[in-house]
Design a binder for this molecule. Structure first.
Ligand code: UD1
Ligand code: CA
Length: 460
């Protein structure tokens, strides 16, 4: 769309008020570093180049963004000393093309593509684009000064503002767009002769006005889009705003949420119709819930696909699982990576599974560990059954045939297999394969002594 668009993302600031070892822009919103939200939105504009100005925590930022999956070239510009927003953008000057340049901020994560498209549309050699927002409480922001004709002619920083200027409620969001040629003309002219002794990017507005370049202002759809994060309270507020929007989208798609204010999605949640999600659930990475799936309260589901009509009861934790459909899981189940449930398979309370294929209609209802295992159809695993898959050095597999019945409190010492239709008596330790349809029991025989006289307490 913008063949020659450069995007500059400022992310060199320290973020002192976060009181953190982590650079501010790497703090996560919905499970994703703030700066990645900005990069993902930037990518939607299809820029020719994207520049990230780094300074504080530069190495951590380079590391965190090196695996960036966007198909867009990322260039880092080091701003060794933070001398202001104008100075920050200046670090990219020799990298910029002559097309449009859009300036974004690593700590303003919720900016939306539509707003930026609107802003960029106005930009040419005779127009600069400035995103402004009108706030009830403008304190801290640069104020937009307009002339008698209503043209924006300057931005005055709070610390440099007169009383009359302080009363202005239209604020600078910091986000602006202009051509590379304009920036190359104006940035070298900035001076640090102001209350903060910084090179203000905002001073280019007055330079533009002086040259007769008009300032075309645009506004975001909602103020939250341009809200920056300086401390953890603001971070939490933006997180909630983001989650609220997401909850509203889900409900519009036909998802029933017990309480939209108690849902956390840290990734992409895709739902069929009539999904119900109870309070306090967390979804991470890509999660798919088929039609009619019901999720009980306080479940954590990560990178999993849950087939239609499945029920996951309270306090279950699933990671990298596939449930085919009509499954019953939990309450208090833990399904670890590589758990694959065929239709109607059940995993009940206090059961842990890992790297396990559970066949159609099979049940692991209570208090078991099933790892590195394959269960056929209609298998019944009694309470307290453990696959002993680890010998201290290697992992071994357990294979259980269709319709096998494993009695309670059985230890299956892998590698081992239990044949189709076989039965294992409760309390057994099975270290040898069990043939199809056989009964295998390893517990000691029960002996019985009639009228057994219990020991009596001796009197001294
Ligand atoms: C800036 C604007 C102000 C606007 C406000 C919106 C200027 C001079 N002022 O003020 O008009 O209302 O944002 O939030 O631009 N940064 C660097 N290098 C630097 C300085 C800043 O990378 O040398 C980055 C910071 O990491 C931060 C962003 O630029 O993400 C804004 O800097 P900050 O100092 O917070 O600007 P404000 O004083 O908030
Ligand atoms: Ca700021």
């Amino acid at each position: 769309m913008h063949a020659e668009l450069d995007i500059v993302i400022l992310a060199a600031g320290k973020g002192t008020r976060m009181r953190s070892q982590l650079p501010k822009v790497l703090h996560t919103l919905a499970g994703k570093p703030m700066v990645r939200h900005v990069l993902d939105t930037a990518a939607q504009l299809d820029p020719a180049r994207t520049h990230v100005v780094i300074g504080h925590g530069a190495d951590k930022l380079r590391d965190a963004l090196s695996d960036h999956r966007l198909e867009m070239p990322l260039r880092f510009a080091l701003q060794a000393e933070q001398k202001g927003t104008g100075h920050a953008v200046a670090q990219t000057l020799d990298q910029l093309g002559s097309g449009k340049v859009l300036i974004l901020y690593g700590d303003v994560p919720l900016i939306q593509r539509e707003t930026l498209v609107k802003l960029l549309e106005n930009v040419d050699e005779t127009h600069l684009g400035l995103l402004t927002v009108t706030l009830d409480d403008p304190s801290g922001y640069g104020r937009i000064v307009r002339d008698a004709d209503g043209e924006a002619v300057a931005i005055v920083e709070q610390k440099d503002a007169s009383d009359a200027e302080l009363a202005i409620r239209e604020c600078n969001t910091g986000i602006m767009a202009m051509t590379g040629a304009q920036l190359k003309r104006w940035l070298p002219q900035l001076s640090a002769d102001n209350a903060q002794g910084e090179y203000y990017l905002t001073d280019v507005i007055a330079m533009a006005a002086d040259e007769g370049v008009r300032v075309a202002t645009a506004q975001p759809a909602t103020a939250v889009e341009v809200e920056g994060v300086n401390n953890r309270a603001q971070m939490a507020r933006l997180e909630r705003a983001y989650q609220t929007q997401l909850a509203e989208r889900l409900m519009a798609q036909g998802v029933a949420l017990a309480d939209p204010s108690r849902l956390d999605v840290r990734g992409t949640l895709t739902c069929g119709h009539d999904v119900f999600i109870d309070v306090g659930c967390v979804f991470e990475g890509d999660v798919e819930l088929g039609e009619g799936v019901r999720i009980g309260p306080y479940c954590v589901i990560k990178e999993s696909t849950i087939g239609a009509e499945s029920v996951i009861d309270a306090h279950s934790v699933l990671e990298q699982c596939v449930a085919a459909g009509r499954n019953q899981i939990g309450p208090f189940a833990r399904l670890r990576p590589g758990t694959r449930l065929a239709v109607k398979a059940k995993v009940g309370n206090f059961v842990e599974t890992k790297n396990a294929d559970v066949g159609e209609g099979s049940k692991i209802n209570h208090l078991s560990y099933v790892g590195d295992a394959r269960l056929g159809r209609e298998v019944n695993i009694g309470a307290g059954t453990i696959t002993c898959n680890y010998d201290g050095a290697n992992k071994h597999r357990t294979e259980i045939g269709d319709s096998a019945f494993i009695g309670s409190n059985t230890a299956l010492v892998a590698p081992v297999s239990v044949g189709r239709g076989a039965t294992v008596g409760a309390g057994s330790t099975i270290a040898k394969d069990v043939a199809d349809h056989a009964l295998s029991v390893t517990r000691g025989r029960q002996i019985e002594k009639a009228d057994w006289p219990r020991p009596k307490k001796q009197t001294p």
